[in-house]
Write a protein that binds this ligand. Structure first.
Ligand SMILES: [Zn+2]
Length: 255
């Protein structure tokens, strides 16, 4: 059953190759009541610019429950649905007041409890680390798997021209303690599109080594500064049922 949903986008992951679509993005956000929703798959870069959206943008589209995905928050955009942007993205003014109204409406979870929650109970949440310990970059494969490289070649021949999707040769992770009193700490990859974008931009300007420093400066020193009330959007990866960080929510501490 198709339904029309209104979603405040809070998370957009870096695209991943897909055999059927070329590449796909996972988007997550909240509905007007603050409940989380995942929109997948979205062939983001193949869509017209008019359907592109930033974080904290309200969008409307037709979706249906994704039967292949048991996670309760997962919905699939209907084939051919248009993504309509409603107004302008919500700004960070008044210390993120309007963003908080929706994002924090259902409260925060703690990572230890999420890790122990039964499969299929919940797959998106927001957590507030009690302490962010580190942000690291670990080298990984420099290129896509051969099957995806072949696929991109084919797309180039038959599909619209667009910049090829770049493989990011690092995995970025946060180490943190959550609010559970017995927490022994968590290390979680961050899959935010913005992390990859910042890395690429800085790498083109300063080279790889300095780019990693710059990414760390933003994602650790700025987003997790002592005066910042850092939260992480977290979600599970279907194949591994493992939690990863999808984005950072970082208003200032109040009071
Ligand atoms: Zn914990």
């Amino acid at each position: 059953m198709a339904e029309r949903v209104k979603v405040l986008v809070t998370v957009k992951t870096y695209p991943l190759p897909s055999e059927s679509y070329g590449e796909l993005v996972c988007t997550a956000g909240v509905r007007e009541d603050g409940s989380f929703i995942r929109l997948y798959p979205i062939d983001y870069r193949m869509r017209p610019y008019g359907q592109w959206y930033d974080k904290y943008q309200w969008i409307e589209l037709e979706v249906e429950k994704n039967q292949k995905d048991p996670r309760p928050e997962s919905f699939r955009p209907m084939p051919g649905t248009t993504i309509t942007r409603i107004g302008k993205p919500i700004l960070a003014k008044n210390n993120w007041a309007e963003r908080k109204q929706y994002v924090l409406a259902k409260g925060v979870q703690n990572m230890c409890e999420l890790e122990q929650s039964p499969l299929g109970e919940r797959s998106l949440a927001i957590v507030r680390p009690s302490q962010v310990l580190d942000f690291t970059a670990e080298p990984c494969e420099r290129d896509w798997k051969p099957k995806f490289k072949k696929l991109f070649e084919q797309k180039k021949l038959f599909g619209p021209q667009q910049k090829p999707l770049e493989k990011i040769p690092y995995k970025f992770s946060y180490s943190f303690k959550c609010e559970a009193p017995s927490c022994k700490g968590h290390t979680k990859m961050i899959e935010d599109w913005e992390t990859a974008q910042l890395f690429r931009k800085m790498r083109d300007k300063h080279g790889e080594e300095l780019a990693i420093e710059k990414v760390k400066e933003t994602f650790l020193c700025r987003m997790c500064a002592p005066q910042v009330d850092t939260h992480f959007f977290v979600g599970t990866i279907l194949q591994y049922n493992a939690w990863v960080i999808l984005g950072v929510f970082w208003p200032k501490k109040e009071g």
